[in-house]
Design a protein around this ligand. Structure first.
Ligand code: GDP
Ligand code: IMO
Ligand code: MG
Length: 426
């Protein structure tokens, strides 16, 4: 029996969906613990590509229990759409459960996400899905939870608490149209028909399965540098993608988590605004973007690309207490003459070994690189670690040393089978 948390170590899009799918074959339960449909997790099985935003990627493995935990914010329209999308592709969704304590994304959250972003002088570049405003209401104790959909009276009472306040903001501050209570009620009570049967005490289900000795995988969304506390604030998301968030967002004690596996992309990407020390604005960055097809799964935006940053990886190892890592998208670097890794920052002539907590410092950090010879060989058909070219293995072994934990999985292509397993998680 193992409980493992899977976390993004960079700015998201590290290939969490793919690695969740790989690990799900040996898990019994897969649980999303934070974020919402700002996430876009891609899984490729054979020729079929699946894009998931809310439903755990474990849904693509037969018979797994998949749970959306209390820490997630749920747009019921998106959930309904995603369930239908999966069913249309012949995926069984009958083992899906959603926490009654998870908060709903409401129409005014989506409206406010856009309006607040427009009115900011410093843009964050949010996904515009209402994620931030929904978490704000949760913490303001003005949120509406999925459990409130169980009865019309509950839902109406919760909506009466918040809607007049939201409408005042929309009307008086932003000069926008207000939302009509009856329209929201009709729309959301319609979703209730689909959602209420899925409502589950997810924490209890996790614990019952733990006691039965089952393997449980906690699937993170976003990444460590998008964490509300530990990320590059304010250019972050509004939840805790880090391992600490896994315990709270799934509803289990931190002592129950045996393994924390960090997902590391072989280079770095970022969507949205904010400092990015190893960003490449030249042909090498374009090459990575094209080879890695680095365009957002959720918004289609081109992702900013750059070299791998070991300062960030050491920071992620610390913040998450990583016990192992999976390296993904290694094949994207196949044609490079040489591959660079940032090992420290130069800040006004001073060498920094640790990721700075002050964004004004980070903005001025220049990467100090170590250069590795490229392997200049296609990796995507390799399935054994020993068959990787020596140059690629040297790159990996260097990262193990930097992060202080072993690599257990190397991904050499988007497909499920394009994977090298070095060590077991379950
Ligand atoms: P996530 O948000 O962390 O799940 O990552 P995304 O799905 O947003 O982005 C990762 C992208 O890389 C997706 O298009 C995956 O299909 C793709 N991918 C995952 N692993 C690999 C890999 O090892 N090689 C290549 N070439 N693509 C990969
Ligand atoms: P996955 O799970 C990459 C980024 C947005 C923006 C910031 C805040 O696929 O790795 P938000 O809408 O969350 O308030 O936006 O966070 N962001 C992501 N970037 N991958 C994601 O998810 C992201 N989810 C949010 O681009 O910069
Ligand atoms: Mg993604």
């Amino acid at each position: 029996m193992t409980i493992a948390a899977l976390v993004g170590t960079q700015w998201g899009d590290e290939g969490k969906g793919k690695i969740t799918d790989v690990l799900a074959s040996r898990a019994d339960l897969v649980v999303r613990y934070q974020g919402g449909n700002n996430a876009g997790h891609t899984v490729v099985i054979g020729d079929q590509q699946y894009k998931l935003h809310l439903v755990p990627s474990g849904i693509l493995s037969k018979g797994k229990i998949c749970l959306i935990g209390n820490g997630v914010v749920v747009d019921p329209q998106v959930l309904a759409r995603e369930i239908n999308y999966l069913r249309d592709l012949g995926v069984d969704t009958s083992n899906l459960g959603v926490s009654a304590q998870a908060h709903l994304i409401m129409p005014y959250h989506k409206a406010l996400d856009g309006l607040e972003e427009e009115s900011r002088s410093l843009k964050i570049g949010t996904t515009g899905r209402g994620i931030g405003p929904a978490y704000v209401d949760k913490y303001k104790r003005l949120g509406i939870r999925l459990g409130d959909l169980s009865s019309k009276e509950h839902f109406e009472r919760a909506l009466d608490q918040v809607l007049p306040y939201k409408n005042r903001i929309l009307e008086k501050i932003y000069g926008q149209k207000v939302f009509k209570k009856e329209e929201i009620m009709a729309e959301y009570l319609d979703y209730a028909e689909l959602i209420v049967p899925l409502l589950t005490d997810t924490s209890l289900v996790i614990d019952e399965n733990r006691l039965k000795g089952k393997n449980i995988l906690l699937e993170g969304a976003q990444g460590t540098l998008l964490d509300i506390d530990h990320g590059t604030y304010p250019y972050v998301t509004s939840s805790h993608p880090t391992a600490g968030g896994a315990a709270a967002g799934a509803g289990l004690g931190p002592t129950r988590i045996d393994e924390v596996i960090g997902i590391v992309k072989a280079y770095t990407t970022r969507v949205g605004e904010g400092p990015f020390p190893t960003e490449l604005k030249d042909a090498a960055g374009d090459l990575i973007r094209e080879r890695g097809r680095e365009y957002g799964t959720t918004t289609g935006r081109p992702r900013r690309c750059g070299w791998l940053d070991a300062v960030i990886l050491r920071y992620s190892a610390r913040i998450n207490g990583l016990t192992s890592f999976a390296l993904t998208l290694l094949d994207v670097l196949d044609s490079m003459e040489s591959v660079k890794v940032c090992t420290a920052y130069d800040y006004r002539g001073q060498r920094l070994e640790h990721f700075p907590t002050d964004l004004d410092v980070l903005k001025e950090c220049r990467p100090i690189y170590r250069e590795f010879p490229g392997w200049k060989k296609g990796l995507s058909s390799i399935r054994e670690y020993q068959q990787l070219p020596g140059e690629a293995r040297a790159y990996l072994e260097f990262l193990e040393e930097e992060m202080g934990c072993p690599v257990k999985i190397v991904s050499v292509g988007p497909r499920r089978d394009q994977t090298i397993i070095l060590g077991s998680v379950f």
